[in-house]
Design a protein around this ligand. Structure first.
Ligand code: 3HC
Length: 696
């Protein structure tokens, strides 16, 4: 038997222990080891029941996701779970940590299930563009009923042990030591002469489950699952569970699982799973780099951004000194934070006492002297170099030695800011995305002199406040905005070619984006785009560049905040505005740009190719560590659908040669200014390679 699965017998009960760190994923060795252990148990006359348990931090966390890119290797999981269920002697699954995906499927193949109170169980395959392909879609409805099973499979969210007990997923909650408790539970089952209980032989409760139920369910999940392939396949499996025999429904599950696994959606989502873990690995900042203690935080600026940033730290119980220059501004900021919490109280997500306790963690101030003891100071003032420099000069005077001084700049040169202090090694960029208390992305900007322990500390802090920290280098717009600007640039240029704002947005939305580029511009503010562009030293020398945006700004049409921008707003509803098309046509005429027919394909191709080409430059210049880090930025901060995986893996999926050719096509039509292929893209395309393969 392989070493990852251990077999022993204690008081005539076999204990099969899976020990495959870090998360006991069901890779080939674990599957083979478990198979062998079940066989040994079957033959072992000294053992009358078995407990299947895991060592380390968790029960089986699922199939080994890294194996999905290769052909399956025997014994594969569907056969193994059937092998477990077919065992004629009782097997009890003993769960701690998280039993997820193939882990829960293995547990459901066992005849009984017990868990510690802190355990969680779930079928999160949908988050990987998959469905539960080892009988999960068939066994779970037999335990919980169809509705609950669908809710678990479509959301992918794990449920607590208490909820699992209530819904029939587990039989027993163990207080105290799991191994001991599971052995006692198995002994009690033997004493009661409990027989093997095979879910595959049980019926699904069909009460109230008909075509109408499934149609309603599809309608209800539409908003949450828009564009994704797997959710519909999961519903089909649930339908099969109701309408077919277990064996026939299992065949449906198998076929649909294979379709999902081979889809570009799943490949993209699996890519993001690993990318979001890889992103924490920094070549010259190893895991054991010492970290500074962060026990108190200060935020400068109580505007929307500063308030949102503050809320992140309050959420984990850290006190925040909130500084604003005027008492009036401070009170306004505090009122906005309070209003946000009141909204949560209304939704039942916190109570009045918690609201007051949370607000009490804020120490409001108008004096820089009050920042002297903060471990981390985050500046979130107006995006202007002179103002930021003033703030950092002041921080250098008042902050204690060793404090981390962070700027929330979204585009400015961090090195220039750091140089006004006598401690540039303590200065770092923390670029939060609005709304800062909601968005998961945090660009962590490494200055030329930023110390390694400052990077290690802020990366760990990002995780603590439940953000995904992505380390980026200094340049205009860092990774996200630098690549997003060319994407919007193309949308703006297409307006001049006679394509309406709403059509561009519809194409982007249908492609999967959370919203189209023109809606994003309205949401962020046209004035913000205008200001950033005007401060950009290398702004393209082209009168057509962001022309419509500039003209609308001159008319004080700043977007949602003024009720007019690329659209007109009736409340929050965007209404197309003929005047924008007229303005675009007028400006185009002045610039000598002719209207042309632009296909839906071209709309998306131009915007994405512009973004990808910039991404290749970002990679080459070392602004991002690896191409998958860029994908993490776009999946978590720019509303790019997870089933596309991010711009760089999307480019890999298209084939870099195809991207290169498309860029050359636009170069021929529009010239070199925007369409000179990045040297790295050209090189990889010619070598037939991908961004994912490339290492600097
Ligand atoms: N396969 C392969 N590797 C996995 C894995 C899996 N199922 N789950 C986690 N890992 C790896 C991670 O990549 C990471 O590797 P690294 O240290 O080299 O970066 C390491 O295990 C630790 O993972 P986390 O950093 O995520 O650890 P956490 O403690 O934060 O979270 C967890 C633990 C909740 C188990 C989380 O890892 C997780 O959600 N895992 C995936 C669960 C899942 O999606 N299961 C379904 C798999 S598909 C399936 O089962 C198909 C079946 O139906 C046929």
């Amino acid at each position: 038997m392989s070493k990852v699965v251990n077999y022993e017998v204690e008081n005539n009960i076999a204990v099969i222990t899976i020990d495959s760190p870090p998360v006991n994923a069901m890779g080939y060795l674990v599957r083979q080891g478990t198979w062998d252990a079940i066989e040994q148990f079957e033959k072992d006359t000294a053992a009358t029941a078995a407990v299947l348990i895991c060592a380390g931090r968790t029960f089986i966390a699922g199939a080994d996701i890294s194996e999905f890119n290769a052909p399956p290797k025997d014994p594969w999981l569907p056969d193994l779970v059937q092998r477990i269920e077919d065992c004629p002697k009782v097997i009890v699954a003993a769960i701690h940590g998280t039993a997820l995906g193939g882990g829960l499927e293995t547990a459901m193949a066992c005849h009984y299930r017990c868990a510690v109170a802190s355990a969680k169980v779930g079928l999160p395959e949908v988050t990987l563009g998959l469905l539960s392909g080892a009988s999960g879609t068939q066994r779970l409805p037999r335990l919980t009923g169809v509705k609950k099973a669908l809710d678990m499979m479509i959301s992918g969210k794990p449920i607590s042990a208490a909820e699992a007990k209530e819904s029939g997923v587990i039989d027993e909650i163990i207080e105290g030591d799991l191994r001991e408790g599971a052995l006692a539970y198995a002994a009690s089952l033997l004493k009661e002469n409990s027989s093997v209980r095979q879910l595959s032989k049980m019926d699904v409760d069909k009460e109230g489950i008909n075509d109408e139920f499934f149609n309603d369910y599809r309608q209800q999940m539409q908003k949450q699952t828009r564009g994704f392939f797997a959710p519909e396949q999961i519903v089909k499996c649930a339908e099969a569970a109701v309408s077919k025999s277990y064996e026939d429904a299992l065949k449906v599950e198998r076929d649909l699982f294979t379709e999902c696994r081979e889809s570009t959606h799943s490949q993209a989502q699996r890519h993001l799973f690993f990318a979001e873990r890889e992103v924490a690995k920094i070549t010259d900042v190893p895991k054991d780099t010492p970290k500074r203690d962060i026990n108190s935080v200060a935020v400068i600026g109580a505007g929307t951004m500063g308030g949102g940033i503050t809320m992140n730290f309050l959420a984990i119980g850290l006190p925040v000194t909130l500084l604003e220059v005027s008492q009036e501004g401070l009170e306004r900021g505090l009122a906005i934070i309070r209003k946000n919490y009141e909204g949560m109280v209304k939704k039942g997500r916190m109570n009045e006492d918690q609201l007051e306790e949370t607000m009490a963690l804020i120490k409001p101030t108008t004096s820089y002297a009050d920042l002297s003891e903060a471990d981390l100071v985050i500046e979130a003032v107006f995006e202007n170099m002179a103002v930021k420099k003033e703030v950092f000069a002041e921080l250098d005077k008042v902050c204690k030695q060793g404090a981390i001084l962070a700027s929330n700049t979204s585009s400015l040169d961090l090195n220039e800011i750091a140089e006004v202090t006598a401690r540039p090694e303590d200065v770092i960029g923390l670029h939060f995305f609005a709304p800062a208390n909601v968005m998961r992305l945090l660009e962590i900007v490494r200055g030329a002199k930023t110390a390694r322990d400052v990077i290690a500390t802020t990366m760990a802090m990002a995780k603590a406040i439940r953000k995904i920290g992505v380390l980026v280098g200094v340049c205009f717009g860092f990774v996200g905005n630098r690549m997003f600007f060319p994407y919007v640039r193309e949308a703006q240029l297409m307006l001049l070619e006679g394509v309406s704002a709403e059509r561009i947005d519809k194409v982007a939305f249908d492609w999967g984006m959370a919203m189209g580029p023109n809606s994003v511009v309205d949401l962020s503010g046209l004035d913000v785009f205008n200001k950033l562009n005007s401060e950009w030293a290398d702004r393209p020398d082209d009168p057509a560049y962001y022309r419509v945006c500039s003209v609308l700004c001159e008319m004080e049409r700043y977007g949602q905040k003024t009720g007019r921008g690329m659209y007109i707003y009736e409340g929050r509803k965007a209404v197309a505005d003929e005047e924008v098309s007229e303005i675009a046509a007028r400006e185009a005429k002045a610039l000598g740009i002719e209207a042309r027919e632009v296909s839906d394909e071209e709309i998306m191709e131009r915007m994405m190719c512009a973004m990808i080409n910039e991404g290749a430059l970002v990679l080459e210049e070392g602004i991002a560590q690896r191409s998958s880090d860029i994908d993490v930025v776009f999946a978590n901060g720019y509303g790019m659908p997870r089933f596309r995986g991010g711009p760089m893996i999307y480019a890999d999926t298209l084939g870099l040669d195809n991207v290169y050719q498309a860029i050359n096509k636009y170069r021929e039509r529009y010239g070199d200014l925007y369409w000179t292929p990045a040297p790295l893209l050209e090189q990889l395309a010619k070598e037939g390679k991908t961004f994912s393969e490339w290492k600097k």
